[in-house]
Design a protein around this ligand. Structure first.
Ligand SMILES: Cc1cc2nc3c(=O)[nH]c(=O)nc-3n(C[C@H](O)[C@H](O)[C@H](O)COP(=O)(O)OP(=O)(O)OC[C@H]3O[C@@H](n4cnc5c(N)ncnc54)[C@H](O)[C@@H]3O)c2cc1C
Length: 332
């Protein structure tokens, strides 16, 4: 079969994820979703239908690759597809200790770029394949996808398997779409924040575990995605996604059912981010909720933000497309 890299969840729409960037299971092998975007049909603020690509309206093509829905409505996306039949992938569930968390990140950074990983550090939910005695205990739910010569997969995965006795090892030869099977837990509300960094401080893994125990949310997790590979080979200013030189993406999330708990979970998420060193580090617009301009601005580097503003003034001076992570054409 042929595929392009999207995100980690099959239900996410192709429009939003592509225009935000698209960090998925193929990110180290083939880059972001936008790196496979060859062209798009966009309806601009003045009602024109334009075809954008490297050759046609290159500025607009640059802007939609990371600038979200700020520049028009994408009515067609033309994506490069890669031949991917079988991969070695799935879930590797390990008891989360500081050593295992740090070891997983180090192994992911040292792995061949055929391997992309997502480490979700959480308290083990009562899932049937997790031993009962582990429920509620710290868990590293690793999602791994090895997209390369099958006979080399075991070697690439060995450092992860050597980290400890897994609660469950469901990593196996699968057809690529199978990595998208399974749904997350039902939750009505979510608090979250995220940031890019080069590396976490040495005490970060222990801090994550301490903080998980502080949250009263139904489900909470700190997600760590090691980047690099194909994503990092493209220059930072080639598209409007400005974090290609960061080695790690950190996403902190809490899910809950009662809207009255919003402030509590927002505060927890912000506290974890601070303790992990978020500071002024920018995040990924695709994972931002309703945010102030400062947070949206921080998601783009200075020159990227300036160019996005300039192009917004050119293509949408009246800010018709504003119900999004808005890049305002004018100040104030
Ligand atoms: C469960 C879950 C898992 C996720 N996992 C990942 C992940 O692994 N990697 C990742 O990169 N992102 C991930 N995301 C983030 C995701 O990329 C964004 O939420 C994205 O905006 C979703 O797009 P959508 O089209 O589904 O959503 P929508 O709510 O339909 O769109 C969101 C916004 O995108 C813009 N938009 C959407 N379609 C168009 C269009 N055709 N033309 C112009 N603008 C448009 C609009 O501004 C719109 O408000 C995840 C999100 C969820 C909910």
């Amino acid at each position: 079969m042929r595929a392009t890299g999207l995100g980690d969840t099959g239900s996410v729409g192709i429009g939003g994820i592509t225009l935000a960037g698209g960090i998925g299971f193929l990110v180290r092998k083939y880059g972001l979703t936008i790196d496979d975007l060859l062209g798009a049909e966009v309806v601009t603020a003045d009602g024109e239908i334009v075809h954008v690509s490297e050759e046609s309206e290159p500025d607009l093509f640059w802007a939609i690759r990371g600038g979200g829905g700020n520049f028009g409505v994408a009515t067609r996306l033309q994506l490069r597809l890669h031949e991917i039949s079988e991969i070695v992938g799935g879930m590797l569930m390990l008891p989360a200790t500081p050593e295992v968390i740090t070891g997983f990140i180090e192994a992911a950074a040292a792995a061949p770029e055929e391997l992309s990983t997502i480490a979700n550090v959480m308290l083990a939910p009562p899932m049937p394949f997790i031993p009962e005695e582990a429920h509620g205990k710290p868990l590293l739910m690793g999602m791994v996808a090895y997209v390369g010569p099958i006979d080399q997969a075991d070697g690439a995965l060995a450092p992860f398997r050597a980290l400890g006795d897994p609660y469950a090892d469901m990593v196996r030869l699968i057809r690529y779409p199978e990595i998208y099977e399974g749904e997350g837990p039902p939750a009505r509300y979510g608090a979250g924040t995220n940031f890019f960094t080069d590396a976490l401080h040495p005490a970060a893994a222990a801090t994550i575990l301490e903080q998980l125990h502080q949250s009263t949310a139904m489900m909470k997790a700190v997600q760590l995605r090691v980047l690099g590979g194909a994503l990092a080979r493209i220059p930072n200013d080639a598209t409007a996604f400005a974090h290609r030189d960061s080695g790690l993406f950190v996403n902190i999330a809490a899910m809950y059912m009662d809207p009255g708990e919003k402030d509590t979970h927002d505060a927890w998420v912000a506290g974890v981010a601070d303790s992990l060193g978020k500071d002024e580090a920018g995040g990924y617009v695709g994972f931002l909720g309703e945010e102030d301009e400062g947070t949206i601005r921080a998601a783009y580097s200075g020159p990227t933000w300036d160019r996005l503003r300039e192009l917004k003034r050119r293509y949408d001076p009246g800010n018709l497309f504003r119900l999004n992570h808005n890049i305002p054409p004018a100040d104030g």
